[in-house]
Design a protein around this ligand. Structure first.
Ligand code: SAM
Length: 278
């Protein structure tokens, strides 16, 4: 049974990294008139009430989008993400809502979610949009089944909750399978950087190199010192088929995000091409 609920974490530092990068990628796809498809394999509820009990339990958003909103003038490259984040009074837009607010009439969104409550909320929040198809299904299997989509131009966000250890293996298999069938798609996988005893990020990184991708860019943002046993000190994105100069956009953005979101002197960032495409 799934128990993770994103409402407890909405708008935190990990969401800021993920949704900032998502907005940059969507803008790159919008540079051409041609329509594209956005696939969200782990969509969540779509939008989250920041005044609700769940979001307020640890108020994680204060250390993420709360800080970014206050420093908006230092982030002109995130104008679209910040605009979307301001559009929904007291609510934080999850990845499906960020995409829905940025996509054009001819573009499509395919959203997958397995949790009963979350998919109900997702339907309530985004089900009325004619561009959106919502699937109550396993996103790993769903991606394999849907690749390549029509149009075969687009972006996949894979953002598992990693509630079960197998999520790491399933993510690798689903991405490798999809990229083999849809080699021109852009894929972005989010993963956490956890306390040393639980962290899987180094292993994941090694395994990602063996998936047969044409190119692979890694971006990591840590907001605090990595502890031994507990806690998430940061998160990372693995981007397959990153558009030209997306690395440069991240190289400018990551140090600014580190300065803004740092909670102690252990904060840091990393950007690395694991596989450099030709
Ligand atoms: N992508 C969302 C965003 O950025 O706003 C947040 C997604 S949240 C981190 C992960 C979601 O994946 C949860 O809502 C969880 O219920 C869902 N989930 C867990 N396992 C899944 C699976 N195998 N397939 C699809 N969804 C799953």
């Amino acid at each position: 049974m799934l128990s993770y609920l994103h409402s407890f974490h909405a708008g935190n530092h990990a969401d800021v990294l993920k949704h900032a990068a998502l907005s940059l990628l969507l803008n790159r796809l919008k540079e051409k008139d041609k329509p594209f498809v956005y696939i969200d394999t782990h969509a969540g509820a779509g939008i989250y009430d920041l005044k609700g009990d769940e979001a307020r339990k640890n108020s994680e958003f204060k250390g993420g989008i709360g800080r970014l909103r206050q420093a908006h003038e230092r982030f002109p490259e995130l104008t679209d993400y910040l605009r979307v984040a301001q559009m929904h009074d007291n609510h934080y837009p999850g990845s499906p809502q960020v995409a829905a607010d940025m996509l054009r009439d001819g573009d499509r969104l395919i959203l997958m979610e397995l949790h009963n409550r979350e998919v109900r909320e997702l339907r309530k929040n985004l089900g009325g949009d004619p561009r959106v198809a919502i699937h109550h299904r396993d996103g790993f299997e769903g991606l394999t089944a849907l690749a390549p989509p029509k149009p075969a131009r687009g972006l996949v966000l894979m953002d598992p909750s990693y509630e079960v250890a197998e999520d790491y293996e399933k993510a690798l298999a689903a991405l490798a399978g999809a990229a083999a069938r849809w080699p021109t798609g852009i894929y972005m996988l989010w993963y956490p950087v956890l306390a040393r005893q639980r962290d899987q990020s180094r292993l994941l990184r090694r395994r990602l190199q063996d998936c047969g991708f044409n190119s692979l860019l890694l971006a990591e943002l840590r907001v605090r010192e990595q502890q031994e046993e507990f806690g998430m000190c940061g998160s990372a994105l693995a981007v397959v088929n990153a558009p030209w100069r997306f690395d440069q956009q991240l190289r400018n953005l990551l140090p600014k995000l580190q300065a803004l979101l740092a909670e102690d002197s252990g904060a840091g960032w990393k950007l690395e091409w694991l596989i450099k495409g030709g």
